[in-house]
Design a protein around this ligand. Structure first.
Ligand SMILES: Nc1ncnc2c1ncn2[C@@H]1O[C@H](COP(=O)(O)OP(=O)(O)O)[C@@H](O)[C@H]1O
Ligand SMILES: Cc1ncc(COP(=O)(O)O)c(N)n1
Length: 259
């Protein structure tokens, strides 16, 4: 087998194994890349909620980043929960020159706040302007713009900060619509079938990791976004028959279940 491209995931942990680095590392590996991982926060989390958060100090996040980029040929980076404005700035400063997918994690599926107003400001001022692609959901796009416009308009506003935006979510009548907008361009709807399931914890993490892996494998952004969405549909279809946890169960990151 040939040497895989390296994708660096910079994110928090989810003890329930649904979201965060667990989703990132599994997805990146399943798509044929090697996952390096930098931990930004430890969460005590399950399918029902986030019970505690311990932020990793910014200097230790920086040390992890240095260890990875000093040794491995990172082809793409994906960021998830960063948790503090200092960590957002560290990532922007040290990783902003690489192909960079930013999932601006602010709120968990369960409703827990994973990034406050100072983190929102740091994304807008420091990280989105150097990102290649940002993948906010509708709530995150509203928080980042401070507006309540239709999703296509929010995607265009965020793209004006300097990155391609794929605004995710918005399922209705069996269809999910994501909005893709390049800086200065017109928002374009990307549609795929909606899977009826409550086993969707970690979907955004899986999507942004799949997008970063596809970029590392050489896809252009449009193709990477389409393939990442199609990956998520397959994985949600698998987990739709699972019965795990009291809350919203994990999306299947890799397998179709035990053989
Ligand atoms: N039930 C679903 N069926 C199919 N695709 C979905 C479903 N829920 C989310 N997606 C897709 O998963 C990707 C991640 O979106 P989303 O769930 O909005 O992220 P987040 O977890 O950040 O809220 C998007 O491409 C979105 O359209
Ligand atoms: C550590 C961590 N990172 C990200 C998410 C968001 O994922 P989701 O939107 O599926 O809750 C999360 N819940 N926990």
């Amino acid at each position: 087998m040939s040497t895989p491209p390296v994708v660096l995931a910079v994110a928090g942990t989810d003890s329930g194994g649904a979201a965060g680095l667990a989703a990132d590392v599994a997805t990146i590996g399943h798509l044929g890349c090697h996952a390096a991982c930098v931990v930004t926060a430890v969460t005590a989390q399950d399918t029902a909620g986030v019970h505690a958060v311990h932020a990793v100090p910014a200097h230790l996040v920086a040390a992890q980043v240095e260890a990875v980029v000093g040794d491995l040929p990172v082809a793409a980076v994906k960021t998830g929960m960063l948790g503090s404005p200092e960590v957002v700035e560290t990532v922007a400063h040290r990783l902003g020159d690489l192909p960079l997918v930013v999932d601006p994690v602010l709120v968990a599926t369960s409703g827990a706040v994973l990034g406050d107003a100072s983190v929102v400001r740091a994304y807008v001022e420091h990280l989105l302007p150097v990102a290649t692609v940002a993948t906010p959901n509708l709530d995150e796009a509203r928080a980042l713009t401070g507006r309540d416009d239709p999703p296509g308009e929010l995607a265009a506003r965020l793209a004006d900060l300097g990155c391609v935006v794929v605004l995710t979510g918005g399922g209705a009548a069996g269809t999910c619509t994501d909005w893709l907008c390049v800086p200065g361009g017109h928002p374009e709807p990307l549609r795929h079938p909606a899977v009826a399931t409550t086993a969707d914890h970690g979907t955004g993490c899986t999507f942004s990791s799949a997008l970063a892996a596809r970029l590392a494998l050489g896809d252009a952004v449009h193709d990477a976004a389409r393939r990442a969405a199609s990956y998520v549909v397959t994985q949600l279809t698998t987990s739709s028959t699972w019965d795990l946890g009291r809350g919203r169960g994990p999306i299947a990151h890799t397998s179709g279940g035990a053989p």
